[in-house]
Design a protein around this ligand. Structure first.
Ligand SMILES: NC(=O)c1ccc[n+]([C@@H]2O[C@H](COP(=O)([O-])OP(=O)(O)OC[C@H]3O[C@@H](n4cnc5c(N)ncnc54)[C@H](OP(=O)(O)O)[C@@H]3O)[C@@H](O)[C@H]2O)c1
Length: 329
């Protein structure tokens, strides 16, 4: 396999290389790609040094798979060029997610939709991935009607510039700002840009992507996305109303049996998911499971995952693994 990692110098790109190595992905040849600012830089993978190259050189090398984590604009312009030379693109940006001709894939839920003809495959938004991982087994059994989700999102979700902003604030240094306000000791109800309806783009991704992943438009989602000064992962308070009633024992059993989901739910021992524990792990952690006593058939839960792992790199590498195992590339 000839693999290109586009955006190799970024937050997601760095974790992508780690995950490819950890999972022993069959990399025979590796192309590390970034913007002209980084061309010529040296990066290490599996004990070997690689020189960062530009996008055109990577297209000319015709990789089997190109994993993009370099922003929507780069994907819109360059993913089709890779597809044209026969590469399969797995894209982490929002560029192709809602395009009806592209698949939006969380492997545990809908990898079976993939075919050889899918040359640009979209990785869902990080907050969406952890949400649907927790909802999938419950939706299958009880059928969701409506979800209300509030997020507490890590600064690592904004990229290197945001991590630098927090480091500068902690060190008392004036520097480039990723956010319109300080993030240390703050909570910004503002993830990604505002849209005409008053929601942010991040909130609309959460509202629209799950229906496409489940291939089911029978439920509705309302979201509030908030940035907080954590770095290990995103947390979500999830309120979900089902058509059918459930027992908490059954909910816990279903989540416990779901590959990729880990139950951490014991108030007696203060056991619940937190970004500090989810950091650097591939699983989605679920806890604080309670019945919503204000209306029937409704559940509250708390869902945490490392946005750079299952929210981005791990999910993308799992898609690549599926393509290889099923001879789709
Ligand atoms: N962070 C997350 O948790 C997360 C989760 C899911 C999806 N994503 C998506 O993944 C992408 C990357 O996010 P990130 O957090 O890793 O951002 P980041 O830390 O800012 O990294 C951006 C990467 O893209 C490269 N890049 C920027 N412009 C480019 C261009 N014109 N041509 C080629 N490469 C270019 C950068 O290269 P240089 O170093 O040369 O500038 C860098 O490698 C974004 O689309 C983001 O929405 C992020």
């Amino acid at each position: 396999m000839k693999i290109a990692v586009v955006g190799a110098t970024g937050m997601v790109g760095e974790v992508m290389l780690k995950v490819l190595k950890e999972r022993n992905f069959p990399v025979d040849e590796l192309l590390l790609v970034a913007s002209p600012r980084s061309v010529g830089k040296q990066l290490e993978f599996n004990g070997k040094n690689y020189t960062v190259i530009g996008l055109q050189d990577a297209v000319d090398a015709r990789p089997d798979i190109a994993i993009f984590s370099a922003g929507g604009g780069t994907s819109l312009e360059w993913a089709p060029k890779f597809a044209e030379v026969g590469s399969t693109v797995i894209d982490n940006s929002s560029a192709w997610r809602m395009d009806p001709t592209k698949k939006l894939v969380v492997p545990e839920i809908n990898a079976s939709e993939l075919t050889k003809e899918d040359k640009i495959i979209a990785n869902p938004n990080c907050s969406t991935i952890q949400l649907v991982m927790a909802l999938a087994p419950l939706h299958e059994k009880y059928k969701m009607k409506r979800v209300v989700v509030s997020t507490y999102q890590s600064i690592s979700g904004t990229g290197v510039k945001a991590v630098k902003q927090l480091e500068n604030e902690l060190a008392g240094v004036q520097g480039e700002m990723a956010y319109p306000y300080p993030i240390n000791k703050n909570a910004l109800p503002h993830c990604d840009v505002f849209e005409d309806n008053g929601y942010t783009k991040e909130e609309m991704k959460l509202a629209n992507e799950p229906q496409k992943i489940f291939n089911d438009h029978s439920f509705a989602i309302s979201a509030t996305a908030v940035r907080i000064p954590t770095s290990g992962g995103h947390s979500e308070a999830v309120n979900v109303q089902f058509e059918n009633d459930f027992t908490l024992t059954d909910v816990r059993r279903l989540l416990n049996e779901t590959p990729g989901v880990v139950l951490q739910d014991n108030p007696d021992t203060n056991t619940y998911p937190m970004p500090i524990y989810a950091h650097d792990k591939d699983d989605v952690f679920v806890g604080r499971i309670r019945r919503d006593e204000s209306q029937p058939n409704t559940l509250n839960m708390w869902v945490v995952a490392d946005n750079l792992r299952k929210g981005a790199a791990t999910n993308a590498v799992q898609i690549a693994e599926y393509l290889v195992e099923n001879k789709l590339v």
